[in-house]
Ligand binder design. Structure first.
Ligand code: GTP
Ligand code: MG
Ligand code: ZN
Length: 288
């Protein structure tokens, strides 16, 4: 029998199949080979007469994200809050990179439109103008039809800081879920990490995954071309003097000219430099 892992907790995997959700253990050989099934995996399972079932094989993955580990994602819904918690724009940019590197389409979602702070809304519209983006409110329901359209037929995974409203958006889209939602702590205006595990729900001809957010990020691949492709605004630049220009301190750089002309957001560029330097550093030390 084949199915998809919808949840994994304490060594048990919940596999959605034609015959309902079946609780499985992983084949012992997986651990010896250092393989771990993850939420989103397509698997073949074997049911035993005792009622016990095990995962026999993990079918080839289209992609794999880590922390939290999820696989076979079509679209990453990167959620920011238009109010509190204050957006972590760098995390958003890093998540875009992580998505693109894994051949996942990023969609940037600004939630809490019902109490949007004008500066945040403007920054969102300006800096992500070349990306698919949606403004919504899980509370008032505005923007939900557009979000529903964007996810139809696809496997979509929510990502973003704690308390931006990932679980609230899941609940708004699928009220029968009634997932627990958290509050902001008074002291820090940060979230409380309410969602602890990734979980997948088949819906709208595809699936939605709620996650604890992907707060830790490490690039796993070091393809510079791919990094550049995460910055569609760079395509408006004149060619740089040097092939393979990283647009940091090289002379004759088209991207820096774009910046000087005010045609590239300085904030987005500064964050690019931070990500690119990290990238270069990691590539240099990848065999250390
Ligand atoms: N005003 C307003 N508040 C919202 C909206 N969506 C979520 N919230 C509130 O934001 C807080 C956090 O929501 P959650 O859905 O738990 O956030 P989360 O992203 O799932 O957080 P973690 O599970 O901790 O990663 C809750 O108090 C929600 O009521 C919205 O559209 N508008
Ligand atoms: Mg949550
Ligand atoms: Zn350049």
């Amino acid at each position: 029998m084949e199915g998809s892992i919808i949840k994994g907790v304490g060594g048990f995997y919940y596999v959605s199949t034609d015959q309902g959700v079946i609780t499985c253990k992983a084949k012992g050989a997986f651990r010896r080979e250092g393989i771990a099934p993850v939420v989103g995996d397509r698997v073949s399972i074997v049911a035993h007469e005792s009622g016990y079932a095990h995962i026999e094989e993990i079918l080839p993955r289209r992609n794999l994200l880590i922390r939290p580990a999820v696989s076979n994602i079509d679209r990453l819904l990167i959620v920011l809050s238009a109010h509190l918690p204050e957006p972590d724009w760098l995390l958003c940019d890093k998540l875009i990179v992580q998505a693109v590197m894994n051949h996942i389409e990023p969609i940037i979602v600004l939630n809490k439109a019902d109490e949007a702070v004008a500066d945040i809304q403007e920054a969102f519209r300006r800096e992500y103008r070349l990306f698919p983006r949606i403004e919504v409110s899980a509370l008032s329901g505005e923007g939900l039809p557009a979000l529903k359209e964007a996810i139809r037929g696809k496997i979509c995974c929510f990502a973003g800081q704690s308390a931006v409203g990932k679980s609230s958006l899941m609940n708004a889209l699928l009220p029968e879920l009634a997932l627990p939602v958290g509050e902001l702590t008074r002291k820090t205006d940060r979230g409380k990490h309410t969602t602890r595990h990734a979980q997948l729900w088949p819906c709208f001809g595809g699936a939605l995954l709620d996650t604890p957010g992907f707060s830790l990020y490490e690039p796993e691949s070091f393809d510079e071309k791919l990094l550049q492709s995460c910055y569609p605004e760079f395509r408006e630049a004149e060619p740089c003097r040097f092939l393979g220009c990283m647009h940091i301190s090289e002379p004759g750089c088209g991207v820096k000219a774009l910046l000087a002309d005010g045609r590239l957001s300085p904030a987005r560029y500064e964050r690019y430099v931070e990500i690119a330097k990290d990238f270069i550093f990691r590539r240099k030390h990848q065999y250390d």
